[in-house]
Design a protein. Structure first.
Length: 444
C-alpha cells in the first residue's frame, strides 16, 4: 500500500513539474512587437529590420503599413482589435491629446535616456509619452567665408571677431547692419537673401519664423500643448517677430517692396552664388544650394545660427529642431510586449545594423547620443543640426507650428506680411489679424 502511495505521489510530482516547465518555457506566450508604420515608401526597409531583429533575438516583429493619408483611421481600426500595434506614432502634442490613453510612459526606457535633447519629447506632467525618432531643423544659415571676411575688416563698425559671439538679437542686428553698410566691400548684394513672399512661397515666415514667438509664448506661460489652451494666442511676442522680420527685409539683397515676386528658389540661388551671407532655411536646403549651377559655397563654410528675436534668455536658445514623428508604445499592450517593443526601438538606434539603416537607408537625422560622428549624415547642415543639439546649456526651439490652427491661418498671415513689407499695412493691424484669425480658425 505504501509502495502504491509512493508511486502515486511520484506521478503527481512528475505531472506538477511538467506543468511548471510548460508554464516557464514552451507554454509561455512569447512577446511580440507590432509596428504600425506611417510611410509606405519605407515599409520594405522596416521589414528588413524586423527580419534582422528576429534573427538576432528571436523576438517576432510584425510590420504593418498604413496607406498614404490614412494613418489615423488605420490606427483607430487596429487599436480595436486583438492585434493592436504595440508601437505606433503621433505627430506631436495634438496627436498625444487624441491618443493619450494608449500612450505608455517612456521616461524609464533606454531610448528616452539616450535622447540628446530631452525637450524634444512629448511630455505631460512628469511623464514622457512620445519620443522623436527623426528630426529636422532650421535656423539662419550663414557662409563662414563671408562672415570671416567681415571680421577681417580693420575698420568694421563692431567689436565682434567671431560668429560665436552672436547669441542675442541685439548682437545679430548690430552685426548685420554693419555688414550691410560694407556689402560692396564684402562682394555681396545684401546680408540676407530675399524674403520670398510670393503666394505659396512664404512658408518660411508664416510658419517657420512665426514658430519662434509662439514657442516662447506657450513656454513662458506654461501652456499645456495638449489642451484647448492653444486655441487662443495673445501674440505677445509680436514686436520680437517684427524685429527679425524687419532685419531680413532691410539688410537684404533686394528692396522690400519687391519681395512679393520672390521665391524660395530665388533665395537659395542668391546664397549659393554668394550674393548674400545669410538665409533662413532648414537642413533640407543643402541640396538646393549644392545643386545651383555655379554654386560658390563650400560645404565647410556652411554654418547655422539660431533665429534670435529679442526674447529674454535667448542666449541659451538653439536651432528650431523638431519633427512630426514620435514613437509611442501602446499602454494597453501586455507588460511583456511593451518591454519587447522598447527593446526593439533601442536596438534600432543603438545596434550597428539598426544605425546603418537609420542613417544610410532611411536617411534620418537621429536625435540620440548612441551615434558617433561617423555614423551620422555627413551633409554640412545635418552636421550642424547634430552639433547644436549636443551643445551644453543650449535648448532647442520645438516645432510648435504643428499647433497652428489651419493652412488658411498661415496663408492669411503670409498675405498680411507681404502688405506690411510693401508698406500698405501697419504692424498693429498684422498683430490684430493674427490674434483673431488664430482663434477663428481654431474653432472652425
Amino acid at each position: 500500500m505504501k509502495k502504491v502511495m509512493k508511486i502515486a505521489a511520484s506521478a503527481v510530482l512528475s505531472v506538477s513539474a511538467a506543468l511548471l516547465l510548460s508554464c516557464a518555457g514552451g507554454g509561455k506566450k512569447q512577446p511580440t512587437v507590432r509596428y504600425l508604420n506611417f510611410k509606405p515608401e519605407v515599409a520594405s526597409l522596416y521589414q528588413e529590420l524586423a527580419d534582422a531583429y528576429e534573427k538576432e533575438t528571436g523576438v517576432k516583429v510584425i510590420v504593418e503599413t498604413a496607406a498614404n493619408n490614412s494613418y489615423e483611421s488605420t490606427l483607430m481600426s487596429k487599436m480595436a482589435t486583438k492585434e493592436a500595434p504595440t508601437l505606433f506614432q503621433i505627430n506631436g502634442p495634438r496627436g498625444y491629446a487624441n491618443w493619450k490613453s494608449y500612450c505608455a510612459d517612456l521616461s524609464n526606457t533606454e531610448i528616452y535616456k539616450h535622447l540628446s535633447d530631452k525637450s524634444l519629447a512629448v511630455t505631460s506632467g512628469s511623464g514622457v509619452y512620445g519620443v522623436p525618432y527623426v528630426v529636422e531643423g532650421y535656423g539662419i544659415i550663414y557662409n563662414k567665408a563671408i562672415t570671416d571676411k567681415y571680421f577681417a575688416l580693420s575698420d568694421r563698425g563692431t567689436s565682434f571677431s567671431s560668429m560665436d559671439e552672436i547669441n542675442t538679437f541685439s548682437k545679430l542686428k548690430e552685426l548685420c547692419d554693419d555688414m550691410q553698410k560694407n556689402a560692396s566691400r564684402l562682394g555681396i548684394d545684401g546680408v540676407f537673401a530675399s524674403t520670398s513672399l510670393k503666394a505659396g512661397e512664404d512658408w518660411r515666415w508664416q510658419t517657420h519664423l512665426a514658430n519662434v514667438p509662439v514657442y516662447y509664448e506657450f513656454k513662458n506661460n506654461n501652456v499645456d500643448l495638449g489642451s484647448d489652451a492653444t486655441k487662443k494666442i495673445k501674440f505677445q511676442y509680436a514686436k520680437e517677430f517684427q524685429n527679425i522680420f524687419d532685419l531680413y527685409l532691410n539688410d537684404s539683397t533686394v528692396d522690400r517692396k519687391t519681395v512679393g515676386t520672390k521665391t524660395v528658389t530665388d533665395s537659395m540661388s542668391e546664397f549659393a552664388l554668394e550674393k548674400c551671407a545669410m538665409v533662413q532655411n532648414g537642413n533640407w536646403a543643402w541640396g538646393q544650394v549644392a545643386g545651383v549651377t555655379g554654386n560658390k559655397v563650400k560645404p565647410e563654410n556652411v554654418k547655422y545660427l539660431p533665429i534670435y528675436i529679442g526674447v529674454a534668455g535667448e542666449e541659451g536658445q538653439g536651432l528650431c529642431i523638431g519633427t512630426e514623428n514620435f514613437y509611442c508604445i501602446n499602454a494597453k499592450a501586455s507588460a511583456a510586449d511593451q518591454k519587447a517593443t522598447a527593446d526593439f526601438i533601442y536596438w534600432l538606434y543603438s545596434s550597428p545594423i539598426g544605425k546603418n539603416y537609420v542613417t544610410n537607408k532611411l536617411g534620418f537625422i537621429a536625435p540620440f547620443d548612441t551615434f558617433s560622428d561617423s555614423e551620422r549624415p555627413t551633409d554640412p547642415l545635418a552636421v550642424e543640426i547634430n552639433s547644436w543639439m549636443s551643445k551644453p546649456g543650449i535648448t532647442s526651439v520645438s516645432w510648435n507650428f504643428t499647433l497652428f490652427p489651419s493652412q488658411r491661418f498661415k496663408d492669411d498671415f503670409g498675405a498680411s506680411l507681404l502688405k506690411y513689407a510693401q508698406g500698405s499695412k501697419s504692424w498693429d493691424d498684422v498683430t490684430k489679424d493674427v490674434i483673431s484669425s488664430w482663434e477663428k480658425e481654431s474653432n472652425m
